[in-house]
Unconditional design. Structure first.
Length: 464
């Protein structure tokens, strides 16, 4: 069944896009399947999905929303023949196989009248004026008749020229209207042709798609982890039946990080890896890992069961888990419950050591706060929460308060030193602030700019 979307309003009016499973993304960004020109649409505005033999439309949390038949949608909606999708200034028409032909649904301008002007034979060949029978010369009277005939011939001749001029003008206008109509139709066809190559390019080039699954089955538990990247979205899910842990998180990813991820995966040589031979379950533990990666015209899917992971397989998995940790701001959740508790305990010991010695190094307090945060993240999915979870949370709050007090004190000292023209001392204060806080903190950038300004001032003083 052929299903198409027709642009019926907007800058691409007259173009069309043929839909194919599993679906298509709509928005202003160039990596969407259906690209919009309207500034009122979002970079990733909406999404079409094919499920159970039907097409569905949903909004991706866009700024101005998505309308179906002039009504804003907030949930996934099934599409029907003739539905109108409005996004910003763009309107697209949903057509199925019975109506999705190559004809673009628009109202063409009215052409010139199709019925020709009915011309009478006498209009084309005007009847010649009848010449009166020759009469004998009657002197002055006869001469008067001669001049009357001359005037009658001139009048008929003038009417003939006026009639011909009128029909020439009518035919000329008709021809002009036909030419205008043909030119307009040609422009519409060219627009449709120019839009087709974009669609072909998009369909031939497969964007980065990843699916990694890890499943461990024991006599008393089933653990399953999945990391999926598709349609510029990363999704992570985790199930642990024994420990009653269920976790799921999803986030849209910008194009640049995905391109960098694709390049890193290419360098692992995973795409050249051959199928692995399965091993035998050990002590009732059955472990299965499957990694599928596709981009461009490349696709490889490797299954590792009860055996060691090949180097390129392991490298690719580590890259994906680091990417997931950075994008979703969570530690890797592919670990089992016992592994996560062990990781949490290790991070807690390191955080305690740094906190208890935070005065020996400027960065110790900041790093201890980060490690307490990792402990909280590792244990967040457990119900009930382990005791270590509460300890790490309280300790991180204590460390943050100490750090805030130190930054306030250093900032106050720096401002006082600037007022007293003690520029070197002020510079040292701001350098301590930089070393104590995270580079992502706005106060870090503020301190950096202050240091640059002080150094410029000191250089100018030396020149004088």
């Amino acid at each position: 069944m052929i299903v198409k979307l027709f642009y019926i309003e907007g800058n691409k009016q007259g173009a069309s896009y043929e839909l194919a499973p599993p679906g298509a993304s709509i928005g202003r960004e160039a990596d969407n399947d259906i690209i919009l020109d309207s500034e009122e649409s979002s970079r990733y505005n909406s999404k079409l999905e094919f499920k159970d033999g039907e097409w569905f439309l949903k909004d991706l949390g866009s700024t101005n929303g998505t309308k179906l038949n002039d009504v804003n949608i907030s949930t996934e909606v099934r599409l029907s023949e003739g539905d109108r999708i409005k996004i910003g200034n763009e309107v697209l028409l949903f057509r199925t196989s019975h109506n999705a032909t190559n004809t673009i649904p628009y109202t063409s301008p009215s052409p010139a009248p199709s019925s020709p002007v009915q011309l009478k034979p006498e209009d084309i060949h005007p009847e010649k004026p009848k010449v009166p029978e020759k009469t004998p010369d009657r002197g002055i009277a006869g001469k008067m008749d001669f001049f009357a005939k001359k005037k009658e011939d001139k009048a008929d001749h003038g009417r003939k020229h006026a009639s011909m001029l009128f029909y020439i003008i009518v035919v000329g206008i008709a021809v002009l209207l036909v030419l205008v109509f043909l030119l307009f139709d040609k422009i519409q066809n060219e627009t449709a042709k120019n839009s087709k190559p974009q669609t072909v390019v998009k369909s031939n080039a497969t964007p980065l798609m990843v699916n990694y699954e890890k499943q461990i089955s024991t006599p008393d538990n089933i653990f399953r982890y999945e990391l999926k990247i598709r349609d510029n979205t990363i999704t992570v899910t985790r199930d642990d039946l024994k420990h009653q842990i269920r976790f799921s998180r999803e986030k849209k990813v910008d194009r640049d990080p995905l391109q960098k991820l694709e390049q890193e995966l290419k360098e692992t040589d995973f795409m050249n890896l051959a199928e692995q031979q399965s091993g035998v379950a050990s002590e009732g533990t059955d472990e299965l890992k499957t990694l599928t990666i596709a981009f461009g015209n490349n696709l490889n899917s490797i299954r590792v069961k009860n055996t060691f992971e090949p180097t390129s397989f392991k490298e690719a998995v580590n890259i994906l888990e680091d990417f997931s940790k950075n994008i979703l701001s969570i530690p890797t959740v592919s670990l089992t419950a016992d592994e996560m508790k062990d990781k949490a305990a290790e991070e807690f010991r390191n955080a305690e050591m740094l906190f208890n010695n935070h005065q020996s190094k400027d960065e110790n307090l900041r790093v201890s706060i980060q490690k307490y945060g990792l402990v909280v993240d590792y244990l967040e999915c457990f119900e009930p929460k382990p005791d270590m979870y509460d300890k790490a949370y309280k300790r991180s709050q204590e460390a943050k308060k100490i750090l805030d007090d130190e930054i306030k004190s250093l900032t106050s000292d720096a401002e006082r030193n600037l007022r007293l023209s003690k520029y070197e001392d002020a510079k040292e204060n701001y350098q301590k602030i930089k070393s104590k806080i995270d580079p992502e903190n706005p106060k870090y950038e503020f301190a950096r700019k202050k240091i640059i300004a002080i150094e410029n001032l000191l250089r100018q003083k030396k020149k004088k």
